[in-house]
Design a protein around this ligand. Sequence first.
Ligand code: HEC
Length: 179
Amino acid sequence: MISVSDGFGGRENSVTVRRKSTPQEKVPMTPDVVSRFLIVLCGGVFLGGAGWAQARVEVSDPDVLGRHHGMETLQQSAAVIARMVAGTRRFDPQIAAAAANGLADAAAEIPAQFEKRADDPLSEARAEIWQNWDDFVGKASGLKQAAAAIDPSSPERLRAGWQDVARRCAACHDKYRED
Ligand code: HEC
């Protein structure tokens, strides 16, 4: 199975199939792009566990470790919803609602996790975060609002809410995470 590193796939894959993103490749988040993003996410989930465990061992800066941990928490809640939307997990409104709450809570933690400009050889955080701090915080709060707005009452509504969330993960990674 192949995963790429432009969304939030496993770190180990990014060594072999790392794709340099060029400005021409930055396309708007059309439904197709969202689907691709979803596939990237699911690929990362199925492949990723070992990679993240390894990354956790290798990162030595405690603040960088903390924000990686926060992103992994986000990822876990996102994966629950993504799998329901993709049909690889049975739709369950209560579980979806709990995952959406988990996402909103984890998103609320982002500003505090990045406030200190910590660095580590394995960090993928770009310097632009601290040059555009208000914009970065705005993107975190946009994600929190999108997660809180997820309506898990039907698969269709969950899908719509998920697409808004996935777009926001991608928008922040495109600008503030190295690829
Ligand atoms: C406000 C900006 C922002 C938003 C929104 C955001 N991320 Fe991130 N994410 C980052 C940055 C910056 C990094 C790189 C951090 C580092 O390496 O120090 C990152 C890294 C990650 C990582 C890799 C962590 C690791 O251990 O290497 C995962 C997984 C991830 N994000 C998942 C998500 C998911 C899922 C969402 C949406 C539900 C999301 N992110 C939304 C900024 C964001």
